[in-house]
Structure formats: structure tokens, C-alpha cells
Design a protein around this ligand. Structure first.
Ligand SMILES: [Zn+2]
Length: 490
């Protein structure tokens, strides 16, 4: 296999030629969601970026094991070592069991991934399903002397570790600089140093999510699960670890420290970080009121949205930007993406009507090479899309008779779209989502009807009616009955 793929490695801060450790296998780990609330669009962008990485590696012929975890315990509200567990807090607020929260939002997350045609990973391990592995890792780190126990909790000793291995390499910080930016410990803290982080936390009597351990009942620290599960499924050394930019520090820095602290090996060779999504130039967040959900985007039911956009329009819009750049979301940009995507799919359809000639004046090989070169250059999807537009222009010219192509060249041109638009970029023919893929329809209908139900419960009748009317326009008729809402597709 020819190795021409280059990937920007956040750890070394340069593009490197990708050389898998164990050809033809590739190990890819991506930090998954903490399942305590609905997925927002920023999360979708991150998972979509790595979906394309996964798709392209498979397209190149690698046998990829893609591991993306579900965080269902240990992620505390302040993202560090204090505050309530995010899932336990939500369970308290919604008066549910923590595992009911996990179930509810895991299903919601999977629904959203399917809607955007984001492929499921090869393994989707949960933190609660790997408590034993995490306890074993804590024991190893303690055994190497890089952690200490205080009153039933175990903390990673960052200063001690840093004396043997540099800490902060990934995020480009040194320990003294970090120290200067960290709040001093108050007298209450069990930690010896403010930079230390929990790898096992003692559970207070009221804490529901708890497991027995050699240090008493407790639960794992948030950073630990990714180290334990990537080691279990991909080994102490593997190829690529991805995640959002916001996870680089402290989460990924702590992962490296734990890996080295336990085994002497640092885990992934390549670190990839996806950039964030802004809305009208501002960071997407709940407090800004601009953090709309994928469902709101599709229905157009949000004050910042002038209309609804189809999932493939959104996918196209996101892939028009390189994963490592920030992407700004606006109605203008979305409408432009809607038009662009329609132009591309129209050209692909036109190709079916093209008449073959005896001779050709189009260069399909060159187009194919340009597609490959774009993706080989650190998964450069915007450049690939521009090459696909060139191919679309050629397709239109052949169809209208302005240029000539042999049967073989027309087939080769179709194959470019099959390979790069559908397989690599993951676009899906939208009509097939409605007609062919009937397995998706019940889930989508559930989702939409639940949104309508929620709107009615909130006395937001105009939204409820809008959903009904838009469904009607699509030929889906709904009827409210005492048992719930029924639907019929014409
Ligand atoms: Zn992680």
C-alpha cells in the first residue's frame, strides 16, 4: 500500500506521512459524548470530522478499528475534580436513575448520528462497563509511584511524573507556567499539588454511582476511562487519537500522563483535534442562547434560523471547511450550502442521461488524482469538494453535448462521485433516506413526534402546528389519538 496520506499531528505540530504501526490495521480512538444532555451541533461537527477520517482510511484499504467511547460516569460538572457528576446531577433534576439518563441520551445521540449519516464505530465502550480495567490501571500507576492515595481517593502526581517525563507537551505548556495559572489549593484539598488530578474518587454516602475498589467505594476520574479503554481495544501503542480542540487540555494531556504512568508507553502516535463551531461569529453555547440542536436545525424551529435545512445540506456545509479551522454558522452560509449541494447532486444525476461518444476530450484520471491528493493532504475536504465541482461541471458539459466522453470515461466519472462524494464524504441521496431506507423512518418519526409533543406540553402550539403542517407537506399525515400520535405516509 502506497503511503501518501499526510496528517497534521497536534503533538509534533507538523504534517507527517501516515505510517500505521501494524499494516494493514489502523487503530483510531475518538472521545465520545458524555450522555447527560442532547447533542448540540458543535458535537456533531466533531464526530462528523472523524467520520470522514474513518471513511477515508477505510477507503484507502486499511482495516480500521474505530473506538469511540460513551462517558456515562466520572465527568464532573466543573470538568475537574469537584462538583457533582454530570449524569448524577441530571438524574436528580429529572428524578430518574442515572442509568435512565444514560439510556435516554445515548439513544438520542445515536439517532442524531444516523440522521447525519455518521457511521457507528467498531467498538463503543462505556466507562461503567470498564470499571475493572480502570481500577487495574490505577493500581499500575500507583505501583510505578506516579499516584498517591488520600482518604479513599487516588490522585495522579503530576510533579513526580514530570521529573521523569515531560508533562504538557501536547498542549505546549510547561509545568511552571501551568502552576502559575492554577488556583492555589485551599486548606481543604486532599491533593498535594493543584496540578494533580483524581484518577479514582471516593464516593460520599449520598453518591449513587459507586463501585467497590481497593481504596473503598468510589468511581473513576473522567480522564482515566479513555486511557483504560484505548489500551484495552487498541493496545499500549496505537495510531490515531482524535477529539475536539477543547479536550486537548487537560483531558488529553492527562490521558498521555496516565498511559505513560501505567505502561511507559504514551498511547497514540498521532493526535488530531477538530475545531469548534461558532454562530454568527460567536462561540456556540447554552448561555448565549445560540446552541441549537440538530432537530431544531432540521425543522427550522429556532429564533436564529430562517428556515430548516436538510441533514445532507448541513453535512455539506460542515465539510466545506477543513476540520482544523473554525466554522461559522449563519443562514447565508447554510443557504449557499443548500444551493451548492443541489448543484452537485443534480450534476451526478445528469450523468445518467449523458450520451457516450467514440472519443473523449475529458481527463478523468486527472480529476481522480486531484480527489486523492486533496484527501491525502490532511483530509482536506474543502479542496475535495472544489474538485468534485470541477467534476460536476465536466459531467454537465458531457450531458449537454459540449464535451465528449466515451462510455468508459462516463463510468469512471460516475465512480469518482460514488467513491468521493458518497463513500468518503458520506453524502447520502436524500430521496433514498425517505424511500429506500425504511429502517430509518420510524426513528425519525419518533423524534419529530416527540419534539411536537414537547412543544405542546410547553404550550408552544404554533411550533406543534408548524411541525404538523411541514409533515403534511411531505405527504406524512398525523393524527392525535388518546393513545398517542399516529402517522401515515402517503
Ligand atoms: Zn477522552
Amino acid at each position: 500500500m502506497e503511503q501518501s496520506l499526510k496528517i497534521y499531528n497536534t503533538l509534533t505540530r507538523r504534517k507527517e506521512t501516515f505510517e500505521p504501526i501494524n499494516l494493514p490495521h489502523v487503530g483510531l480512538y475518538v472521545c465520545g459524548p458524555t450522555v447527560y444532555s442532547d447533542v448540540h451541533l458543535g458535537n456533531v461537527r466533531s464526530f462528523l470530522s472523524f467520520d470522514v477520517v474513518y471513511r477515508y482510511l477505510r477507503f484507502l484499504g486499511y482495516k480500521v478499528r474505530y473506538v469511540r467511547n460513551i462517558t456515562d460516569v466520572g465527568h464532573l460538572v466543573d470538568d475537574a475534580d469537584s462538583g457533582e457528576d454530570k449524569i448524577a446531577e441530571k438524574a436528580r433534576l429529572e428524578a430518574l436513575e442515572p442509568m435512565e439518563i444514560v439510556q435516554k441520551y445515548t439513544i438520542g445521540f445515536h439517532d442524531v448520528m444516523r440522521i447525519f449519516n455518521i457511521l457507528p464505530p467498531s467498538v463503543e465502550p462505556t466507562a461503567t462497563g470498564h470499571i475493572i480495567e480502570q481500577i487495574e490501571m490505577v493500581k499500575k500507576i500507583l505501583g510505578k509511584g506516579y499516584a498517591y492515595e488520600v482518604n479513599g481517593s487516588v490522585y495522579f502526581d503530576v510533579r513526580k511524573f514530570n521529573a521523569d517525563f515531560p508533562y504538557g507537551k501536547l498542549s505546549g505548556r510547561n509545568i511552571d507556567e501551568l502552576q502559575a495559572n492554577t488556583r492555589a489549593l485551599d486548606g481543604q484539598s486532599e491533593k498535594r499539588d493543584a496540578l494533580d488530578f483524581a484518577i479514582w474518587k471516593k464516593a460520599e454516602p449520598s453518591h449513587i454511582m459507586r463501585w467497590p475498589s481497593p481504596w473503598g467505594d468510589g468511581f473513576p476520574g473522567w480522564h482515566l476511562e479513555c486511557s483504560a479503554m484505548s489500551t484495552k481495544y487498541l493496545g499500549e501503542e496505537f495510531d490515531i487519537h482524535g477529539g475536539g480542540m477543547d479536550l486537548k487540555f487537560p483531558h488529553h494531556e492527562c490521558e498521555i500522563a496516565q498511559n505513560v504512568g501505567a505502561s511507559g508507553k504514551s498511547g497514540p502516535r498521532i493526535w488530531m483535534h477538530g475545531n469548534m463551531l461558532t454562530v454568527n461569529g460567536r462561540k456556540m453555547s447554552k448561555s448565549e442562547g445560540n446552541g441549537f440542536t440538530p432537530e431544531e436545525l432540521i425543522t427550522g424551529n429556532h429564533k436564529l434560523l430562517e428556515q430548516g435545512y436538510s441533514p445532507m445540506t448541513v453535512r455539506f456545509f460542515m465539510l466545506q471547511c477543513h476540520y482544523a479551522s473554525t466554522l461559522d454558522f449563519s443562514n447565508d452560509a447554510l443557504r449557499a450550502a443548500e444551493k451548492g449541494y443541489a448543484r452537485l447532486t443534480e450534476a451526478i444525476e445528469n450523468l445518467d442521461k449523458a450520451q457516450a461518444s467514440d472519443t473523449s476530450d475529458i481527463d478523468v484520471d486527472k480529476l481522480r488524482q486531484s480527489c486523492r491528493a486533496a484527501m491525502d493532504d490532511d483530509f482536506n475536504t474543502p479542496v475535495l469538494i472544489s474538485v468534485l465541482f470541477e467534476a460536476a461541471k465536466t459531467a454537465n458539459q458531457v450531458q449537454s453535448g459540449r464535451r465528449k466522453a466515451t462510455e468508459k470515461d462516463i463510468t469512471a466519472l460516475k465512480k469518482i462521485f460514488e467513491d468521493y462524494a458518497f463513500e468518503v464524504l458520506g453524502f447520502r441521496r436524500e430521496e433514498s433516506a425517505a424511500e429506500g431506507d425504511s429502517s430509518l423512518t420510524p426513528g425519525l418519526m419518533d423524534l419529530v413526534l416527540n419534539l411536537r409533543k414537547a412543544a405542546k406540553l410547553n404550550k408552544d402550539f404554533s411550533t406543534a402546528d408548524q411541525i404538523r403542517d411541514r409533515l403534511n407537506a411531505l405527504g406524512i399525515h398525523i393524527k392525535d389519538t388518546p393513545e398517542g400520535t399516529e402517522y401515515k405516509i402517503n
